[in-house]
Ligand binder design. Structure first.
Ligand code: ZN
Length: 310
């Protein structure tokens, strides 16, 4: 799939100094996993969602919730972080916050949630308002625990989209599921061919980032939140690796997470969304510091411009 230039780009990325956004994703995923399993309907799942909502709000996203029942178990929810944009275009990124006990769900799926949290400030402060963007930490995805045929959080999100009359606006809904390990990633969807603006947009972003992503057609209707999106007639897909040995087991712990994988998946999604890869907080702090320096009297001409953020 990749020529020599592509392979060089992959090597360069792997050897690059750590990327601050990827570090945020990694740290958040570690903390979630270290707190233990997060079964759908549990207090631990609720605590994870609360932590995500706090980070979304602090990033400047508007936060709303979808609340729903997990039959026979309890209550769950989606945390939806909204960045406004042109109403006729809506991009949705999903990551399920629950885990399949006894798994503490480091890869599955603290990794995807960490990535959402890291993206929040980048999306919130992006100057691009062409599309509205929703970052959604779903609940009750793990069907092994809920015993339901559908992914309940994704179904609740579909109901939100229908209520709001937004189903036609959805350009794609991308589930980030098991994105915290590996040097190549799979892009799942039930579509027979890569669709323009959907799978092709992700593959193009991956190529630009020098990250290997293979397209895989779902064997059936799909095994993550993108399933419900597709069944409702909207374009859905999933980025992730399902082949790790600890999947849905107690050994899916924080030690399974790899910083390099977060760098790769962060790079792909940043390019997909067209947002700056710089952490907004660090950038604004730099500008603020520069502004403070500029306000002081100086005998040495104009103050230095801040370095352009990566
Ligand atoms: Zn998962």
């Amino acid at each position: 799939m990749l020529g020599a230039a592509g392979i060089m780009a992959v090597v360069a990325l792997a050897a690059a100094p750590s990327d601050p956004a990827a570090d945020v994703a990694y740290a958040f995923a570690r903390d979630l996993a270290n707190a233990g399993p997060r079964p759908a309907g549990s207090a631990a799942e609720r605590a994870a969602h609360r932590a995500v909502a706090t980070r979304f709000r602090a990033s400047g996203l508007r936060v709303v919730h979808d609340r729903f029942a997990v039959p026979g178990i309890g209550r769950s929810r989606n945390v939806v972080g909204i960045r406004p944009g042109r109403a006729s275009c809506l991009r949705v990124l999903l990551a399920h916050a629950d885990s399949d006990p006894p798994a503490p769900g480091a890869l599955d799926n603290a990794s995807g949630v960490g990535l959402l949290v890291a993206l929040a400030p980048l999306v919130a402060r992006s100057g691009d308002r062409d599309c509205e963007t929703w970052l959604v930490a779903t609940g009750a995805e793990e069907r092994g625990h809920t015993g339901r045929p559908d992914h309940l959080g994704a179904s609740a999100l579909v109901r939100r989209l229908r209520r709001a009359g937004r189903t036609d606006d959805v350009r794609y809904a991308l589930s980030l599921d098991e994105v915290g390990a590996g040097s190549r990633f799979d892009l799942y969807s039930p579509a027979p061919r890569a669709r323009p603006g959907v799978e092709r947009a992700v593959l193009t972003a991956a190529r630009a980032a020098g990250v290997r992503v293979w397209r895989v057609r779902d064997a059936s209707t799909g095994n993550s939140d993108h399933r419900e999106i597709e069944l409702a007639g909207m374009p859905g897909m999933k980025l992730g690796v399902v082949s790790h040995a600890c999947r849905h087991q107690a050994c899916d712990r924080a030690g399974q997470l790899r910083k390099g994988a977060f760098r790769r998946t962060t790079a792909v999604v940043v390019r997909l969304l067209g947002v700056p890869s710089a952490p907004a907080g660090a950038r604004s702090a730099t500008l603020r510091d520069t502004a403070l320096r500029a306000a002081r009297p100086t005998h040495h001409g104009s103050p230095a411009r801040p370095a352009e953020a990566r």
